[in-house]
Ligand binder design. Structure first.
Ligand SMILES: *Cc1c(COP(=O)(O)O)cnc(C)c1O
Length: 395
């Protein structure tokens, strides 16, 4: 149980904490107290589990990837199919969990930030299901690039607010969402989309996604009667990876690998490889590794996959990186594109570009394995949303 972190103040080692404007401290504390209250409440858990089962479609399958396994001729490869969740990715687990908490707290209005629009769509979906008012902040630049997701959110009854400040992308949308929260803290609940932000968000988001790892453990024991040798997942803010890893952290025989987006290369300035290239600092409410200049200016992240395009990473990943429990590597845009083609052709599954980063790392990992070993990869989402980018890169 040595990985039961965070501490009461929300620290994983030296990372995490709650770096928010003073006016938000009561809100953060109310949130934390409410979460700790419902966390082990059988009624809350039953309600959450029922929605995951009947609305999200859990448990998601664990698929043996026989052709991909034969392709490498080494360890057996299994895929945890989060692409089969309602809305096509893991993000809905967390959106549903936070909405239930918001309702429990008597909040009537939901706000969220979104970059690519995937978290915005998951939140808009959950708000429609519960009849909650929803406002999503999105950078003007991202609204142009992700028009389809803007239309999806509007169709679901959400108001999408255009953010024209700064680089007009995710980090600016996050700043606007925080500003809104400060102003409307009485009736408003802020749904954060990854395992980032001030305490208790990283812990809470992780807990709502832990079901991914728990199901994997049960399903693999049914299929193979043991735990895996390797877990591989992509890491943006780190929510799918931490939910997948967490139930296995205490088993030292399970090696874990998180894959960041290198963009054009981790040694260029067109990258999102936060742990590979970053240094510790504070962004959006917590201490973690960040892509920043020597003066502490946040750098623009780049990745072909919009969901990995963030200059920070969740504090628990920063901690697991520092203590060496999880290894983190990075994969470039073009390696990820090759992995999309490989999985589509061998398994009939078009993965999200985020997921493709984890898949690309199999090229490095599999030659180091043996046939009696087992690798499980978290297939965080499906690639339909990325077809435009994928098409442009095929030619
Ligand atoms: C958003 C997203 C990610 C990255 O977010 P994490 O919080 O790191 O999981 C990964 N895969 C898919 C399919 C996504 O939509």
């Amino acid at each position: 149980m040595k990985y039961k972190a965070p501490t009461k103040q929300g620290y994983f080692g030296k990372f995490g904490g709650k770096f928010v404007p003073e006016i938000l401290i009561p809100a953060i504390e109310e949130l934390e107290a409410s979460y700790l209250e419902v966390k082990d409440d059988p009624l809350f858990k039953a309600q959450f589990e029922e929605l995951l089962r009947d609305y999200v479609g859990r448990p998601t399958k664990l698929t043996f990837a026989n052709r991909l396994t034969d392709h490498y001729g080494k360890a057996k490869i299994y895929l945890k199919r989060e692409d089969l969740c309602h809305t096509g990715a893991h993000k809905i687990n967390n959106a549903i969990g936070q909405i239930l908490l918001a309702r429990k707290m008597g909040k009537t209005r939901i706000i969220a930030e979104t970059g690519a629009g995937q978290h915005g769509v998951a939140t808009a979906t959950a708000c429609a299901k519960f009849g909650m008012d929803c406002v999503v902040y999105m950078g003007a630049e991202d609204m142009e690039r992700q028009k389809l997701n803007v239309d999806r959110m509007r169709l679901l009854g959400t108001e999408v607010r255009r953010v024209e400040s700064g680089s007009k992308t995710l980090k600016d949308a996050t700043n606007e969402a925080i500003r809104d929260w400060v102003t409307n803290v009485e009736d408003t609940f802020y749904i954060i989309g990854s395992a980032i932000g001030p305490h208790p968000y990283p812990m809470m988001v992780r807990d709502f996604h832990k079901v991914i790892g728990e199901e994997t453990r049960t399903q693999l024991r049914d299929a193979e009667n043991r735990d895996p040798d390797y877990l591989v997942a992509c890491v943006g803010g780190g929510s799918n990876a931490i939910g997948f890893f967490h139930p296995f952290l205490d088993n030292d025989n399970v090696k874990m690998i998180g894959i960041e987006a290198a963009g054009l290369g981790a040694d260029t300035d067109q990258t999102a490889a936060t742990l590979t290239k970053g240094t510790p600092g504070v962004l959006h409410g917590c201490m973690s590794y960040l892509l920043q200049s020597e003066e502490g200016q946040i750098q623009l992240a780049h990745s072909i996959s919009a969901g990995l395009d963030y200059p920070g990473i969740g504090p628990e990943h920063s901690y697991l990186f520092d203590i060496g429990r999880v290894k983190y590597y990075s994969v470039t845009d073009s390696e990820a594109m090759d992995a999309v083609k490989l999985l589509a052709g061998l398994e009939g599954i078009i993965p999200a570009l985020e997921t493709a980063h984890a898949l690309a790392y199999l090229e490095t990992l599999l030659p180091l394995t043996t046939q009696d070993q087992i690798v499980v990869l978290n297939l965080s989402g499906r690639g339909d949303k990325d077809m435009k980018t994928i098409s442009e890169n095929l030619s």
